[in-house]
Design a protein around this ligand. Structure first.
Ligand SMILES: [Zn+2]
Length: 597
């Protein structure tokens, strides 16, 4: 029997939400577990057996009393039940006392051994309920109003975990924001004047400019005389923590703990090849299309030894020679879709984007352009833009990022490449274009250089991508910006990060999404299996080390190698293997010894 998470079916709830014109946020559970390649299956409450250790109720809408009774019975018999959001009929059955309903608030995480990666700040949550703390119950987190956000309680032989915050809605809203139809509210301290009359991704931000930012470590508080000029006169508050990634990590930590405490091994597939903790990405936007700027950028990137994703912008173009030089230097040709109204094609719309895509193919000679970034991070509406990407063959988009000094860092809460949730007219399906977040534009010009390490460290802690954007004019004319480009290249490498283009990131993520891993525990051995639909060199299957154990020795049957790594603050065995289409299997024998021996 392999270890797999049971997701309780919610088809009725989804149909009802869509009939009422509401988003079915809980559908995003498949994307969060799918990105991590955590094994899961959908089932009805009746289908749960003692062979399953952990079940997740992603929504309780449409869960009737019979189902609640069955889930209670299964939990009493030894299962761990995780309820996300309002408990519905399960609230009555498990005796949960809701004291508050929240639309937009924050959750502070308690010190508890369950958290191997405890969020260091109060996490922004959208939607949820707060509970009353009762005896025999652990509080794992608290809402800003003092009510309990996360409850753990023994139920018979099993465990109830009630996560009051709507984790799914929080992740989607933080990553994708609200639909953009008007300017957003600027920051009160003047560091993020997003009310600039231009519609862009930040105008829909769900994170708060007032509550979710901090001055980078070691920098002085903002002076009263601060003005938003270039370069920044001082460091300003930035989005220093990726809130959506923390929510993902919270879910993973609960699932690992609930399975490991039962002696079960819940495997997953590392986000990157074996031994690589995170990735760095550099992009270049060809704004103005000045040949001297482009040449200066080519030289800087060669010195930095980084292959960049070079986003080509209409109108103009560099001319044939420079376009050829960019391609010959090994950089990726991408689109920099322009909707800034400076040419007859440069407006927001599908035909305009389609025309600019064809233009970029023509001037670069690159037929297969897979990546885009919107000039000035322009954005309108919610996910219609992603449907244009799907139609064009843009597989990965990098438009969601900062355009102001005070929005650098993680304004959309993530360092991970993920598929966005589509709008209601798409039935909330996942859109077939990866979101590659952007974290800062030109260091020492558009963003204070102090944000560099903030971005690198958070991307490293969450095992995502740190994305730095540069522009030729600043690489040519601003010595500090040019120096920052070379410095960040080296600093990322020192941290074990590799520089990948967006094409490489896209290919890797889509290949790993074809992989399913599982582990069967028999006679003291772990029988690991991977079914892959693609070739992946040095893929890394991660196996949680059982609770209360340290692994002192291990051996492997089958082609590959074993090591130990720490991911999300937890120790894992890392099985490094070359995958190919088909099924491969390995046997891992571990000699575990009790901790502290
Ligand atoms: Zn641009």
């Amino acid at each position: 029997m392999t270890t797999s998470i049971a997701l309780i079916r919610a088809d009725g709830a989804t149909a009802r939400a869509h009939a009422e014109g509401r988003h079915a946020w809980w559908l995003y559970v498949e994307e969060i577990l799918g990105h991590q390649r955590t094994p899961f299956f959908w089932c009805e409450p009746d289908g749960l057996t003692a062979a399953t250790t952990t079940a997740v109720v992603s929504t309780t809408e449409n869960l009737d009393h019979t189902a609640a009774e069955r889930l209670h019975e299964w939990t009493e018999q030894g299962g761990t039940l995780l309820i996300v959001g309002a408990p519905g009929t399960l609230g009555e059955r498990f005796g949960l006392d809701i004291v508050t309903t929240l639309g937009d608030s924050h959750v502070t995480f308690a010190s508890n051994e369950i958290w191997t990666q405890r969020p260091p700040v109060a996490l922004h949550a959208l939607g949820g309920v707060g509970y009353r703390l009762e005896s025999g119950t652990d509080s794992l987190g608290t809402w800003a109003d003092g009510s309990v956000a996360i409850i753990r309680r023994s139920v018979g032989n099993g465990v109830l975990l009630a996560l009051g915050p709507d984790l799914w809605q929080s992740v989607v809203r933080i990553q994708q924001g609200f639909p953009v139809h008007a300017d957003g509210e600027p920051a009160q301290d003047g560091t993020a004047p997003i009310d600039d009359g231009l519609l862009k991704a930040e105008d829909g931000m769900a994170l708060s400019l007032e509550d979710d930012r901090a001055i980078p470590p070691g920098e002085p508080e903002l002076g009263d005389d601060y003005e938003h000029t270039y370069p920044p006169p001082s460091a300003v508050p930035v989005f220093h923590e990726p809130h959506a990634d923390h929510w993902r990590s919270v879910l993973h930590q609960l699932l690992w703990e609930s399975t490991a405490s039962r002696g079960k091994v819940l495997p997953w597939l590392s986000y990157w090849p074996a031994g690589i903790p995170a990735i760095a990405h550099m992009s270049h936007d060809a704004d103005i299309n000045d040949v001297e700027d482009g040449l200066a950028a080519l030289v800087a990137f060669a010195e930095a030894d980084v292959k960049v994703t070079w986003c080509q912008v209409h109108p103009g173009g560099y001319g044939r020679d420079l376009h050829r030089a960019i391609t010959l230097a090994g950089h990726e040709n991408a689109l920099h879709y322009n909707a800034m109204d400076d040419s007859d094609l440069a407006t927001w719309g599908w035909p305009q984007m389609r025309a600019q895509y064809a233009w970029a193919q023509a001037v670069t000679g690159e037929e297969d352009i897979v990546s885009n970034k919107n000039h000035y991070t322009r954005w309108e509406g919610w996910t219609e833009f992603y449907s244009w990407c799907e139609q064009l063959g843009i597989k990965i988009d990098q438009s969601r990022g900062p355009s102001k000094q005070g929005t650098v860092g993680f304004p959309f809460g993530t360092a991970h490449v993920t598929f966005p949730m589509g709008d209601l007219d798409a039935g909330n399906r996942l859109m077939n274009v990866l979101n590659l977040p952007l974290h800062t534009q030109d260091l020492a010009w558009a963003g204070h250089v102090a944000v560099r390490d903030v971005v690198l460290e958070a991307a490293l802690a969450h095992h995502g991508v740190a994305h730095f954007l540069y522009h030729g004019p600043h690489l040519r004319k601003r010595p500090l910006t040019r120096a920052s480009c070379l410095e960040v290249a080296g600093l990322a490498r020192e941290r074990g990060m590799q520089w990948w283009t967006s094409r490489e990131i896209n290919s890797w993520e889509r290949a790993r999404r074809t992989v399913d891993v599982d582990v069967e525990q028999r006679e003291g051995s772990w029988h690991v299996r991977a079914r892959s639909g693609a070739h992946l060199t040095q893929a890394a299957i991660l196996l949680p080390v059982p609770d209360g154990s340290v692994v002192e020795e291990f051996e492997l049957d089958g082609r590959g190698s074993l090591d130990t790594v720490v991911r999300h603050g937890r120790q894992f065995l890392e099985l490094a293997v070359d995958l190919e289409p088909g099924v491969l299997a390995w046997t891992v024998r571990i000699g575990a010894s009790p901790a502290g021996r």
